[in-house]
Design a protein around this ligand. Structure first.
Ligand code: PLP
Length: 352
């Protein structure tokens, strides 16, 4: 693997970043007359910490990485977008990705006018290492992997991920949005050996904070330094930084939620598998189930009429006939099961 700085777009390599007032003076207790803020309406009157130092210190100790190896973004999507800005020359470079997977990688490639090369997963939903490497050329700057994968709900084999990290001659972006629901460990422990690895995690799933928009990227300090250089100066607002700090500083319900969701996942998996209209339920390492139906469209519409919204993935390659169902509360899951039992059964007098 060459120096990752050689993979950067030349304009990014030479960029002199914007220097904000809060970059130049980082102290706390002071008379702040430097940033043209309103002196009233504390604390929201102040610009947020551009590098989120306190929050990163907490995350670093939890995730066993250095603070300098963490980038925080407005959702994982910001990190994905910045990676394209940093590494891909529009119209020239390309990226490689597994298919099917999270839709945002392709949207981001399209926005940046970067060719998106997709390689179908194998029939058991694993990465096709040979084909992924064969799809790459000297303009392939990034490879997108997602494990556990959305929408297929399984984990990719660690040996395959490592082989790709070793052999792909660019940045490997490994999206671990669902890692907290998996029995497999995060690849974060491998960051030191692999300067081309970027791991994405998020506060949107296990932490239950999709609304505050906070995504994490872990990588080498060099690579994180590049993202810091090109991000909006104040990309994480004060409310988000406070909410995250608060949740990481006290006792959190996260582990209890994960246990509850995993218990419900196996209960739902069993109950769904026993329904005549269900063809099969894929094993899941995430907080959702892929459920194959004989009549996916009809079931989807029937559920909507009951105000139960699931995701129709039935036209996605390798996922024909599948609906993606997020694990809800026990009550919500019961409502889903009851609705599915009512599908096709003649209406009772009560319902008429
Ligand atoms: C839900 C999800 C995310 C989370 O994105 P945020 O922008 O952090 O909310 C990231 N990657 C995948 C694959 C997801 O399914």
């Amino acid at each position: 693997m060459t120096d990752i700085l050689n993979l950067l777009r030349s304009n990014i390599r030479t960029l002199v970043p914007y220097s904000s007032a809060r970059d130049e003076y980082k102290g706390e207790e002071a008379v702040f007359l430097d940033a043209n803020e309103n002196p009233y309406n504390q604390p929201l009157n102040r610009y947020p910490d551009p590098l989120q130092v306190k929050l990163k210190a907490r995350i670093a100790s939890i995730k066993q990485v250095k603070p300098g190896q963490i980038f925080l973004g407005n959702g994982s999507d910001e990190a994905i977008d910045l990676l394209f800005r940093a590494f891909c020359d529009p119209g020239t470079d390309n990226v490689v990705a597994i298919k099917p997977t999270y839709g945002m990688y392709k949207v981001c490639a399209d926005i940046h006018n970067v060719e998106y090369r997709e390689v179908l997963l194998t029939s058991d939903f694993q990465a096709d290492v040979k084909q992924l490497l064969a799809a790459a050329d000297s303009h392939s700057k990034m490879l997108f992997l997602c494990s556990p994968n959305n929408p297929t709900s399984n984990s990719l084999e660690a040996a395959d991920i490592l082989a790709l990290i070793r052999q792909f001659q660019g940045i490997v972006v490994l999206d671990e949005a669902y890692i907290d629901f998996s029995t497999r460990p995060s690849m974060a422990a491998k960051l030191r050996e692999h300067p081309n690895l970027v791991i994405l995690q998020t506060f949107s799933k296990a932490w239950g904070m999709a609304g505050i928009r906070l995504g994490m990227a872990f990588a080498s300090e060099t690579l994180i330094g590049v993202l810091n250089k090109i991000k909006y100066p104040y990309n994480i607002n004060i409310l988000t930084q406070r909410a995250a700090l608060q949740v990481l500083s006290g006792p959190s319900q996260r582990d209890a939620w994960i246990t509850l969701i995993l218990n419900e996942r196996s209960r739902l998996q069993q109950a769904l598998s026993g329904l005549p209209l269900v063809k099969q339920v894929l094993p899941s390492d995430a907080n959702f189930l892929m459920v194959q139906f004989e009549q996916p469209r009809e079931v989807f519409d029937f559920l909507i009429a009951r105000k139960i919204i699931v995701r129709d993935r039935s036209r996605v390659p390798l996922c024909e006939g599948y609906l993606r169902i997020t694990i809800g509360t026990p009550l919500e899951n019961d409502l889903l099961l009851q609705a599915l039992k009512d599908f096709n059964s003649p209406p009772t007098l009560q319902n008429l």
